[in-house]
Design a protein around this ligand. Structure first.
Ligand code: 13P
Ligand code: SF4
Length: 306
C-alpha cells in the first residue's frame, strides 16, 4: 500500500524518535494503515510492553493509553489528543466505587479494562470482553461486583453458574447500547444470508439475536475462520476497515449509522505528527495507583486460558 505524504512523514518521525505506533481496531482507516500494529485494547498494551521502542504513540482513547502506561512505566506513552474520553470508563467515580465496596464487604470487584487507572487500582482483578466469563469462574466467589459495563455483566451472568450472583454497575457504552433489536431485525430481513456478530457491550435484546458474541479481536478471528461470506457487525464501524482488508471477497455490513465512537474518530494524521514532533501528550499514572492497578491486570493475565 502506498503511503500519503503525511503518512510517510509519520513513518520518518517514528524512526527518528525510536517510536512505535499502536492503533485500536476502531481508529480511522488512515491511522490504522500507517500504524505498526492494529488490535484490541489489551493486545496493544501487551505489545507496548514487549517492544524495545522508547516511545509509544497510542491511537485510541485515554484509558487504553493509560493501560499501556500501567504495564510499561519505563516507556514514554503519548496520546495525540486530550479529548479522548470513553463514556463507559468515565461512568465509575472512585468515591462511588469505595462506597459500594463498603456495602459489599468481601465481594470481589471485577473491572473491565475499559476503566480508569484509579478504578483498576480499587479492583481485585481486571477482565476484557474476551475473558470476562473465565475471570469470574476463576474466583470461586458466590457474589461478584462487575463494573463498569452493565451489559457485559448481564452477559457474564448468563454464562456463569446460577450459584454465582453478578452484581452489576450502572454503566454503558452509548455506542453499543444504542444499537436496537429493531435495527437488527430490519437488517436481517434485507440480508438473510448474513451472520450477525455482536459485541457483549450491546444490550441483551440485541445479544439475543446474535449468531455469535465476541470481543473485537474475537470478531476478527471469527470472520476470518467462518465459511460464511456475509456478516453484520454489531460493534464500532472502524473495525470494518480491517475486516475488509484482511478478508477480500467477504462482505461486511454495519447495521446502524450510529455505531461510531466519536472520540475514536477525532484522531487525525496531523495529531499523530504533532505528538511525535512535540512529544505530546504524555500519559502517566502516579506510582502508588499504577502498582495497585497493575496487580489487578496481572491477576487477570494469570488466569489460565481454556
Ligand atoms: P476491545 O477491548 O475488544 O478492544 O474493545 C474496546 C472497546 O472500547 C469496546 O467498545
Ligand atoms: Fe468507550 Fe464505547 Fe468508544 Fe469503546 S466504543 S471506546 S466503550 S465509548
Amino acid at each position: 500500500m502506498e503511503f500519503t505524504f503525511q503518512q510517510q512523514e509519520i513513518r520518518q518521525w517514528l524512526e527518528r524518535r525510536r517510536a512505535i505506533m499502536l492503533a485500536h481496531n476502531y481508529q480511522p482507516a488512515p491511522i490504522q494503515d500507517v500504524a505498526d500494529l492494529v488490535g484490541d485494547s489489551l493486545e496493544l498494551s501487551l505489545a507496548a510492553a514487549k517492544t524495545d521502542a522508547e516511545v509509544i504513540v497510542f491511537c485510541g482513547v485515554h484509558f487504553m493509553a493509560e493501560t499501556a502506561a500501567i504495564i510499561c512505566p519505563e516507556k514514554t506513552v503519548l496520546l495525540p489528543r486530550t479529548d479522548l474520553g470513553c463514556c463507559l470508563a468515565e461512568s465509575v467515580k472512585v468515591d462511588k466505587l469505595l462506597a459500594r465496596k463498603e456495602e459489599l464487604p468481601g465481594v470481589p470487584v471485577v473491572t473491565y479494562v475499559n476503566s480508569t487507572a484509579a478504578v483498576k487500582a480499587e479492583s481485585d482483578i481486571c477482565c476484557t470482553s474476551a475473558n470476562a466469563v473465565r475471570v469470574v469462574n476463576s474466583l470461586t466467589a458466590s457474589r461478584v461486583l462487575m463494573l463498569p459495563d452493565q451489559n457485559l455483566g448481564l452477559y457474564v451472568a448468563r454464562h456463569t453458574p446460577k450459584s454465582v450472583e453478578i452484581i452489576t454497575w450502572e454503566g454503558w457504552c452509548n455506542v453499543h447500547d444504542g444499537l436496537s433489536a429493531e435495527e437488527i431485525l430490519e437488517f436481517r430481513e434485507a440480508h438473510p444470508q448474513a451472520v450477525f456478530i455482536a459485541h457483549p457491550e450491546c444490550n441483551p435484546e440485541v445479544l439475543d439475536l446474535a449468531d455469535a458474541i465476541r470481543s473485537t479481536s474475537g470478531m476478527l478471528q471469527y470472520v476470518h475462520e467462518a465459511a460464511a461470506q456475509e456478516f453484520i457487525i454489531g460493534t464500532e464501524q472502524g473495525i470494518l476497515h480491517r475486516m475488509r482488508k484482511e478478508n477480500p471477497g467477504k462482505v461486511f455490513h454495519s447495521p446502524s449509522r450510529r455505531l461510531i465512537c466519536r472520540p475514536m474518530k477525532r484522531m487525525t494524521l496531523g495529531d499523530v505528527l504533532s505528538a511525535l514532533k512535540e512529544n505530546r501528550y504524555q500519559v502517566t499514572v502516579p506510582e502508588e495507583i499504577r502498582l495497585r492497578a497493575l496487580q489487578a491486570v496481572e491477576r487477570m493475565l494469570a488466569v489460565p486460558r481454556d
